[in-house]
Ligand binder design. Structure first.
Ligand code: SF4
Length: 601
């Protein structure tokens, strides 16, 4: 399919060898690229029961046909693995300039397998792969490590991806960092890098994929059209309204800004937190990516004493909600300092904030001696440092929330979906958040662009499920196509099915019907389901945390009604074409193709 190279690169870290493979054209037709290609390759590469931190686990990177086409909001790449936190399919998307470099390296997908004997980093380009010893930089934080490996690249035309000390020590919620301030990935990708002794990757190159005849003019037309839609439809105003202060205000007034360890819907002093965004102490700017006018990456800068400046990018509502709400910090300075620490250590802030809050609650129950305290920045910072520095006593938390809850005998108290913690909107108030967590193959998902229309239409806790599963499937299918092309979810509210069909035609010359494109989405989601079934030998947990159905919050006593949620789950399975237990039947998902391609293992 045009828009892709049809090439896959496999890097074996055990043997320090590389193999280049052709990708069948059918794969692109059935899976497009990005999320679809990642799901297909992961299912194909991993034999059942592979331990996430064993050398047999793989890291799959994929690009998509929209990347480097000049299309707006198409600067991303996807990364996939079996998560050490959940044991399930894990996925993450990184934006910025690195995706450009990944595409320019001339491959649609990169697979990293095996494990190096000593710490290493690699340099990938269309000329091949170079392996470097990383013993001297093992132990460095992400800022230092990135500076150091970029020097080795020998050119400024490159981008890098690194882990920090948390990944090296294989903390199950370690993350990745790129372009200095982009901390991304949930589910423990940093730990998988650490298990392979891979400190980082440099991407560079100048390759370009071929697109459909005359695509340039159509891309310009489409970009102009999208921009018009954005401004004329008032989306710019809506985006402003829902920027951080707007979201924080809405969540607190509506009582869905989870605070304490999932024990209330409002943060005391939330207005102080909101006001801080207008203060001179902070500079908040929006940064964009290549060929994109959205400028949606929020960067916050503040002075931190002396000449030190802290700059944190990818500042989102969810990271603020965990340290602000769950850890009960209403001082933006303290939240920014914790986010900065997570960035440098390479920790996923959403899991870190959740687990610090859980530990504080365990401390209040008298189950933990050196526990952090709610609202106490210093004790929370020390707690996170102790996880990253690997002090044995505190390391019951390094394995993630599920393991810690097990050790402390708090299984029914911990809030997570298959080991991954939710954030941002309390599912007892925003029922869609409960449904999203329940059906996610990833363990948890918090798609704000989906919640917002729901929230503004008043889809709060309800005793009637109505068509929420249908709405969710519609949302999930469209996002799956965006993730497979790869285009940002930020444009979800601006593109309809007909737009997606048009975009694919502009880039590749292939014209899908509406039904065909929807079935591509269903195939991808079913492939992920099959992967999870294959790996865990059982259905993904699809269980609600007990407290969400037994412990009401707020003056309205918001709660999830378990029976309603059960019915919604069944509706969802039916809409996906699975049986009532969520098992995809034979014949779905173009099984013949899948079986044939799996034989080529
Ligand atoms: S929508 Fe945002 S993240 Fe996506 S490419 Fe544009 S600026 Fe980057």
């Amino acid at each position: 399919m045009l828009g892709n190279f049809g090439k896959l690169l496999i890097v074996d870290l055990t043997k320090m060898e590389i193999t280049e493979k052709e990708l069948e054209q059918d794969v692109f037709h059935f899976y497009l690229g990005g999320r679809g290609l990642g799901a297909y390759l992961l299912l194909k590469m991993l034999l059942p029961g592979v331990e996430p931190l064993s050398p047999r686990n793989v890291l799959v990177f994929t690009s998509g046909p929209a990347v480097e086409s000049g299309l707006t909001a198409a600067a991303g790449y996807g990364i996939y693995t079996r998560s050490p936190l959940t044991g399930l399919f894990a996925e993450a998307y990184c934006r910025g300039y690195l995706p450009t470099m990944l595409k320019k390296s001339g491959y649609d997908a990169l697979i990293i397998s095996g494990a190096a004997a000593k710490p290493c980093f690699i340099d990938i380009s269309e000329q091949g792969v170079s392996f470097f010893n990383a013993e001297e930089i093992w132990g460095l934080n992400t800022d230092e490590a990135e500076c150091s490996i970029l020097k080795a690249a020998g050119t400024t035309e490159c981008e890098s991806l690194v882990i920090g000390p948390a990944g090296e020590r294989m903390a199950a919620f370690a993350s990745l960092k790129s372009s200095r301030y982009r901390n991304f990935s949930r589910g423990g990708f940093g730990a998988v890098f650490g298990s392979k002794k891979l400190k980082g990757i440099i991407f560079k190159g100048s390759a370009g994929a071929a697109f459909f005849t005359g695509y340039e003019g159509s891309v310009i037309q489409w970009n102009n059209h999208l921009q018009e839609r954005f401004y004329q439809g008032g989306m710019d105003k809506a985006v402003k309204m829902y920027q951080l202060p707007g979201l924080l205000t809405m969540a607190n007034t509506r009582g869905c800004f989870t605070s304490g360890y999932w024990s209330g819907g409002r943060l005391e002093g939330w207005d102080k937190l909101v006001d801080s965004f207008g203060s001179n102490d902070f500079q908040v700017t929006g940064k964009g990516c290549r060929n994109c006018f959205f400028d949606c990456d929020i960067v916050i800068t503040m002075q931190a004493g002396g000449n030190k400046t802290i700059e944190v990018g990818n500042l989102d509502y969810y990271s603020i909600s965990v340290f602000g709400g769950l850890c009960r910090l209403s001082d933006l300075r303290e939240i920014v300092m914790l986010l900065d620490y997570c960035n440098r250590a390479g920790l996923d802030p959403v899991s870190a904030g959740n687990i610090a809050s859980f530990a504080a609650a365990a401390g209040e129950k008298g189950l933990l001696e050196k526990a952090p305290r709610f609202g106490d920045y210093n004790s929370i910072a020390m707690f996170l440092e102790s996880i990253v520095e690997g002090k044995a006593e505190d390391n019951i938390f390094g394995g993630g929330i599920r393991e810690a809850a097990d050790t402390l005998g708090l299984n029914d108290y911990a809030i997570h979906f298959s080991g991954l913690e939710p954030a941002g909107f309390d599912p007892r108030v925003v029922i869609l958040a409960g449904l999203a967590g329940l059906v996610s193959e990833f363990g948890e998902q918090h798609p704000v662009s989906f919640y917002l229309p729901g929230i503004s239409r008043g889809h709060f806790n309800t005793e009637k499920r109505g068509n929420l599963p249908g709405l969710f499937v519609e949302y999930e299918d469209r996002e799956t196509v965006l993730d497979s092309l790869i285009m940002c979810r930020s444009c979800h509210m601006l593109v309809e099915w007909e737009d997606l069909i048009r975009i694919i035609y502009i880039l590749t010359g292939e014209r899908y019907s509406n039904a065909e494109l929807r079935s591509v989405s269903n195939r991808i989601i079913t492939t992920i389901r099959l992967f999870n079934l294959n790996q865990s030998g059982a259905l993904s947990a699809n269980n609600l945390p007990l407290r969400l159905t037994e412990e009401p919050i707020n003056e309205n006593k918001n709660i999830i009604i378990a029976r309603e949620m059960e019915l919604m789950l069944k509706d969802y399975y039916m809409l996906r074409g699975w049986d009532e237990n969520g098992t995809p039947p034979m014949g779905i998902n173009n099984e013949k193709f899948l079986r044939r391609s799996l034989k080529c293992l």
